[in-house]
Design a binder for this molecule. Structure first.
Ligand code: CA
Length: 220
């Protein structure tokens, strides 16, 4: 899961980014409204955390622009503006949820999960395909009934493949799911994660579609 954090306060931004990393998310952080619009136009995210008071463009304007363009990205507003009117305006303009600073990181993570789940139309967070089940909330993977321990990045690769079970996912998309901006991506690092996944699960579970990408096989 890839999250865009739009926050100009360095302390809050750092705390939120660290909390999201610990929660297993891939995170990009932008510090002003114009950079936020660029990121939203060029990258695919599962969630945006949006501060309202931002340099160069107000958070509410960013949200309005996103929704006007038909963007369905889940958005949680994080702001110090705690007036009821601001909350109502944010929700009326297409925010999915609202957190007033200061907030607890665990609450932020719980709301993020709930919002993503709602948008994906799945009341239960579990995803199953054949004998493979993953729970993105508890970060638990089971295969043929046995629990399998994965590193956060291995989990992120598997989660990206399980979002469209059976469909071919490009290597670039897998990299986007695993690495944030500025993170060093080794030339074969996705292959390394895939190698570990195949070893821990089952070699035939992840198929390489030559020149296109990878897909999960439905194994019983
Ligand atoms: Ca701010």
């Amino acid at each position: 899961m890839r999250v865009l954090v739009i926050e100009d306060d360095p302390m809050i931004g750092r705390a939120v980014v660290a909390g999201l990393h610990d929660g297993g998310y891939t995170v990009d952080w932008v510090r002003d409204g114009a950079d936020a619009e660029l990121a939203l136009a060029n990258e695919v995210y599962d969630l945006a955390l949006l501060d309202l008071g931002l340099p160069r463009r107000d958070g509410l304007e960013i949200l309005k622009g996103l929704r006007r363009a038909g963007g369905a990205l889940p958005v949680v507003i994080i702001t110090a503006r705690d007036a009821v009117a601001d909350r109502v305006t944010g929700l009326d303009n297409g925010a999915d949820d609202y957190l007033v600073k200061p907030f607890d990181l665990d609450e932020l993570l719980a709301r993020a999960r709930a919002v993503i789940r709602r948008r994906e139309g799945r009341p239960s967070p579990e995803m199953s395909y054949g004998a493979l089940t993953i729970d993105p909330v508890k970060r638990v993977v089971t295969f043929r009934g046995a629990r399998v321990d994965l590193s956060p990045r291995e989990f992120a690769v598997l989660e990206a493949l399980m979002k469209e079970p059976g469909a071919v996912v490009s290597r670039e998309k897998l990299e986007d799911a695993v690495y944030g901006w500025g993170e060093e991506v080794g030339s074969n690092s996705i292959e390394v994660h895939l190698h570990h996944l195949r070893r821990k699960l089952k070699p035939q579970l992840i198929r390489n579609v030559r020149g296109v990408g990878y897909r999960i096989a439905q194994l019983q």
